[in-house]
Design a protein around this ligand. Sequence first.
Ligand SMILES: C[S@@+](CC[C@H](N)C(=O)[O-])C[C@H]1O[C@@H](n2cnc3c(N)ncnc32)[C@H](O)[C@@H]1O
Length: 305
Amino acid sequence: MTYEAARRRGPLAEGDQVQLTDPKGRMHTITLVAGKQFHTHKGILEHDRLIGGPEGVTVTIGATTYLALRPLLSDFVLSMPRGAQVVYPKDSANIVGMADMFPGAHVVEAGVGSGALSMSLLRAVGVDGRLSSYERRADFAEIARRNVETFFGGPHPAWSITVGSLQDELSDTEVDRVVLDMLAPWECLDAVARALRPGGVLCCYVATTTQLSTTVEAMRSHGTFTEPASWETMARGWHVEGLAVRPQHRMVGHTGFLCTTRRLADGVEPPVRRRRPSKGMYGESVAESGEPPSGADEPFRPNLP
Ligand SMILES: C[S@@+](CC[C@H](N)C(=O)[O-])C[C@H]1O[C@@H](n2cnc3c(N)ncnc32)[C@H](O)[C@@H]1O
């Protein structure tokens, strides 16, 4: 069995986390210890009632029935202790997919915050990969370390965390992927360009349009990256019951913007693509001649999602 699979399968064992959900959807997460009790105002649950049995069972505490399941990574991330704001599971999934994380990859990440994204990245690179994480706040790094160790059941063999600013501390070279989740990713571009191998992917996650604009313009003017691609994702849950099938009224309306770019080989300039303007885009004279006005050259945009 692989590194993580043993912890996620089979009968519930001491040290496993179990999420108890009541009929109203309220959740409690407990770590199983033989002989220990979980107390709620409804009554007491002996951990031994769960240890040795399967997950996906129900247990009653007083008059209330709880569903007992091991938490998924997305459950854990949304309930774990936080220092900084976490990357939401929908965005972590997008980062892993669109920044093309792969087993065995050497990935650099900053900042670490509460370690939510670190866990998705560790799963993606696996035990044969390497995740070098940088966090400037020692107290956040400690929260992240505890969260990662709780989730994986101990230190992850592929993970190292350095306290300090990425731009001062980054010494990794031949890096495959870099993810920046911080206020000012543009301050790190020189360091990232030195660390990334040609073809490597840089992915930035920012909260506001002004950060997105500054990041993208800095990537463009840096001269070592391809034309950036930018996007956001929105996940809207659906209420599905009988004939009432409709979007849920509430959703997380905004989390952040993503942008990716790739490291060019040293000395290479981003290729320029000349686009024929669509009719009327630049006014009548251009529509008639079909020639783009000066300045209509667009850098080659390789991988818009
Ligand atoms: C939004 S939080 C990161 C959340 C994290 N990705 C997660 O999923 O839990 C941003 C973090 O970046 C850190 N930070 C900001 N600039 C940094 C830099 N230049 N180098 C390292 N860490 C930095 C901050 O201290 C903060 O903890």
